[in-house]
Design a protein around this ligand. Structure first.
Ligand code: SF4
Length: 502
């Protein structure tokens, strides 16, 4: 029997189509090797769990044996009022859950506890004293375990706990509303998605792939990409996204790019107004005139004119030193391990890197300090810095908080506010359009003819290489990391030049 498990619910939240495709998709098209970055995350999770478990004291370990045997033993243990059960199995009809811990409460009922290698709440910031809010996938997972405990007669409460990356216990109230403006409770949300997961798993409903950032780490990437290309799906258009695609499919019966390009925006907006007046507020919900025009322009460029467009003249600073800058960091341990700069001074070009060769605060601080010393050494007012996306700015603000003696917050802010320090992504997004489905640096630089030396260039893989390098100190891995970063910096240069030519 195919059970609804925590991982099915997790998959659904990541991509609702994956649940269906895993069972009914063309299995021969599925990538069988696990993505090394996904593997790294998994290994880190396992290590963290082992660390937490080693500090638990006495508990009943049910990790071994078959699922059925573990289920029998879990029920017995709960009947015998065992205080703490590790890796017990809960089963009821088509639901299956394996909570990391089952903890007995004073009233002899049980609470599910799961060990996670992330923060307990979303957006929690210890330094700012911000608590954050419950994470969707943690809430849904705890709801499943709590649901099973209730169905089996071992719970009356509606709560669960997460033991987070710091070993802190964070309680989840599962019947509280999901947000200030969302009345739906976590429990109602869980019931709703559980129902849909069940439909998809039974093939009673079928949904479509949709190209999104998350796809790159998914084993169905090639398969779904092929489907989207062949069917001319609307998610090929940059930023259009799954929910707008579904709305356009359902409300206007627009199934592909050709039909989309036939749309008359004024007519569509009139129709939306009429629907609204007759009480149908859901019609093309969150699709406004401007976003529709923007998507149509992008579709036109992608499928018909096939040429990039600049809507305004793009002027860059005339300076002697141009720096193309990119950082590499490992979010799993919040560690910045490389600041890379490709420097162009007239016809002289060179790559400069500030790389940590060990994981320590000292090493992270030292390379950041060196980066700023390098910036200070440049002729002031005669250099410009180019980077892609806000990640560098956000990360530098975090580093400043951590190493405030390296540079003041005012100086970091002044650096990024300097008109000569330019986020090319903002220009790309606001002032241009391209005949590609993604406006990532990789997609745009590749379109402009640049190629990376690495066969599988990716930021996620660079993190995995860095972890491997730390383990082995293998210099060939370090070389690969540096070449990848240098090529990212060079790609930024290619893009800047390409934008200038537009
Ligand atoms: S490739 Fe993308 S659309 Fe396809 S199943 Fe994976 S996440 Fe979903």
């Amino acid at each position: 029997m195919a059970y609804i498990t925590a991982s099915k619910l997790y998959d659904y939240l990541q991509c609702p189509h994956k649940v269906w495709r895993d069972i009914y998709g063309p299995q021969e098209e599925k990538i069988t090797e696990t993505n090394p970055f996904v593997e790294l995350l998994w290994e880190k999770g396992v290590k963290h769990e082992e660390k937490i478990v080693s500090r638990l004291g006495d508990f009943l370990n049910l990790k071994e044996d078959s699922i059925d045997e573990r289920f029998q033993k879990t029920i017995e243990a709960m009947k015998n009022k065992t205080p703490l059960i590790y890796q017990g199995v809960l089963k009821y009809e088509n639901l299956l859950g394996i909570p990391d811990l089952l903890k007995k409460l004073p009233d002899n009922t049980y609470m599910p506890v799961d060990i996670k290698s992330g923060m307990g709440f979303e957006g929690a910031d210890e330094e700012e004293g911000e608590e954050g809010k419950p994470k969707k996938h943690y809430s849904v997972q705890l709801c499943l375990y709590n649901d099973l405990l209730k169905k089996l007669g071992f719970a009356i409460h509606n709560s669960g706990k997460i033991i987070d990356i710091h070993g802190d216990e964070v309680e989840y109230d599962l019947i509280s509303p999901m947000g200030i403006r969302t009345k739906e409770t976590w429990w109602e949300f869980y019931e709703r998605i559980k129902k849909h997961v069940d439909f998809l798993m039974r093939n009673a409903d079928k949904n479509k792939p949709a190209l999104a950032g998350i796809c790159k780490l998914c084993p169905w990437y090639n398969s779904c990409k092929k489907w989207c290309e062949t069917t001319k799906d609307l998610t090929n258009v940059f930023y259009l996204g799954r929910s707008n695609r579904d709305k356009l499919n359902e409300d206007l019966f627009v199934e592909n790019i050709d039909e989309f390009l036939e749309l008359d925006v004024e007519e569509v907006m009139k129709q939306k107004e009429t629907e609204k007046k007759s009480g149908n507020k859901e019609f093309l919900f969150r699709i406004g005139k401007d976003s529709l025009i923007k998507s149509l322009k992008r579709a036109e460029i992608l499928y018909r004119t096939k040429k990039p467009v600049a809507y305004e003249t793009i002027v860059f600073p005339k300076v002697n030193y141009e720096l193309f800058f990119d950082i590499e960091d490992d979010p799993t341990q919040e560690f910045v391990y490389l600041h890379g700069v490709y420097e162009r001074n007239g016809d002289k070009e060179r790559f400069i890197d500030f790389t940590a060769t060990e994981i320590s605060d000292e090493a992270e601080k030292e390379i950041w300090q060196k980066f700023w010393q390098y910036i200070e050494s440049l002729p002031q007012d005669d250099f410009a810095v180019y980077y892609y996306s806000h990640h560098e700015k956000t990360t530098y603000k975090k580093l400043q908080k951590q190493y405030s003696d390296v540079i003041s917050l005012e100086k970091v802010e002044a650096f990024f506010e300097n008109p000569n320090v330019i986020d090319l992504y903002k220009i790309v997004q606001k002032q241009t359009d391209w005949p590609v489905g993604s406006y990532s640096l990789k997609a745009l630089a590749t379109y402009l003819g640049f190629s990376w030396r690495d066969e599988t260039p990716s930021g996620a893989l660079s993190i995995q290489w860095f972890n491997k390098y730390m383990e082995t100190k293998d210099q060939s891995i370090l070389k690969r990391i540096l070449e990848y970063n240098e090529d990212d910096c060079k790609a930024t240069m290619i893009l800047k030049d390409g934008l200038e030519k537009l």
